[in-house]
Design a protein around this ligand. Structure first.
Ligand SMILES: NC(=O)c1ccc[n+]([C@@H]2O[C@H](COP(=O)([O-])OP(=O)(O)OC[C@H]3O[C@@H](n4cnc5c(N)ncnc54)[C@H](OP(=O)(O)O)[C@@H]3O)[C@@H](O)[C@H]2O)c1
Length: 319
């Protein structure tokens, strides 16, 4: 130690060394404080939230609306909400699947259900019918879950339908559904809007360029709404999952197979719903939280390049 100090003193005056030492201490302190903050946040989100469960009906209202609720994360959210005693309004595009999920929910959980058939890709035209379905219901929770993902490809390979689908399904549905439920929630001074975004919201991802950008939109919008409506008693939550084994991820066996970083839709929904009212912005699932922390601890250019390289090689192999 002494030898090191003496050699440094040969290079720098003592005053400069003291300033460098102070800067080093502050940097280490900042890293420690940030790690502690992340650890406390994770405990609150994933442990405390599981122990301290809210009565969703009393806290938010009797009915929950879930968009894109006939499969994957949306179906699991709908069933988890019903398990907690909420009546469920399912909004999705396929009538047979809607009727099947509604039947299962009624028989398993004994709550009321209603269904609205709507294809969000059609844009503005579908919301009149959805508004009719919402009428007269005490909407406590809206889960803006519906989303689409075109298998990873270069931007030039997306069709016009893909692009408008992304805008209408991933972006416009969140705005239009929020607009439909917000006035009544404000009147009742209670309610929660859960927007399902993605880990992809955190980074501009090559080959998922439009998908990632739509999710960045959802996260940004949710965080602005939190500031606007939290003082009025509403909860606006943004959930940013990593990989979940659903139809959406079936294009890639590695991502789709359940494992440490790929949750099943059921386990994801149980974990994510437990965080409602405890965290306004969360991955919803502990392993996805770890994945995000890992991404954020690495230089962004490295994460972007390795992601691009991975999908470039998958794209080449698929040809
Ligand atoms: N899976 C993941 O790894 C992952 C990761 C991060 C974020 N997310 C987000 O989580 C949400 C749910 O994803 P998921 O993986 O559960 O997807 P999914 O398995 O593909 O299910 C999507 C659901 O939405 C419905 N849907 C799709 N397009 C629709 C449209 N145009 N109009 C009406 N309903 C439509 C589907 O109906 P049909 O049954 O008729 O197809 C299905 O019920 C999405 O917002 C997605 O971006 C997923």
């Amino acid at each position: 130690m002494l030898v090191l100090e003496e050699s440094l003193l040969l290079l720098f005056p003592r005053g400069v060394l003291s300033v460098l030492a102070l800067v080093g201490l502050l940097a280490v302190g900042k890293i420690l404080a940030r790690s502690l903050w992340v650890a406390v946040g994770a405990l609150r989100t994933y442990v405390w939230a599981r122990l301290w469960r809210k009565n969703l009906v009393q806290t938010y209202g009797k009915w929950a609306v879930v968009t894109g609720s006939t499969d994957g994360i949306g179906e699991s959210y709908a069933k988890e909400l019903a398990k907690k005693g909420m009546n469920i309004l399912l909004v999705s595009r396929n009538m047979e699947k809607l009727q099947r999920v509604a039947r299962e929910i009624r028989s398993q959980y004994g709550v009321e259900t209603d269904i609205v058939q709507a294809d969000f890709a059609l844009g503005r035209a579908v919301y009149g019918n959805i508004a009719k379905g919402l009428k007269g219901k005490d909407i406590g929770i809206l889960v803006n879950n519906v989303g689409m993902l075109v298998t990873p490809r270069l931007f030039e390979k997306l069709t016009e339908d893909d692009i408008w689908g992304y805008v209408n399904v991933n972006v416009a549905s969140v705005l239009a559904m929020t607009r439909l439920v917000l006035p009544e929630m404000l009147r009742r001074k209670r309610g929660a809007i859960v927007n399902i975004s993605s880990l992809a919201a955190h980074l501009p991802l090559a080959y998922f360029q439009v998908y990632a950008a739509t999710k960045a939109f959802v996260s940004s919008f949710s965080r602005a709404l939190q500031q606007e409506y939290q003082p009025s008693g509403l909860t606006i939550q943004c959930v940013e999952p990593g990989a979940v084994s659903t139809n959406m991820t079936s294009f890639d066996k590695d991502i789709h197979t359940p494992g440490l970083f790929t949750a099943t839709p059921g386990s994801f929904a149980v974990s994510a719903l437990a965080t409602l009212g405890h965290s306004n912005r969360t991955s919803g699932y502990w392993a996805h939280g770890m994945q995000l922390a890992m991404w954020m601890s690495l230089p962004e250019s490295f994460v972007l390049k390795s992601n691009k390289a991975m999908f470039e090689s998958k794209d080449k192999k698929s040809k």
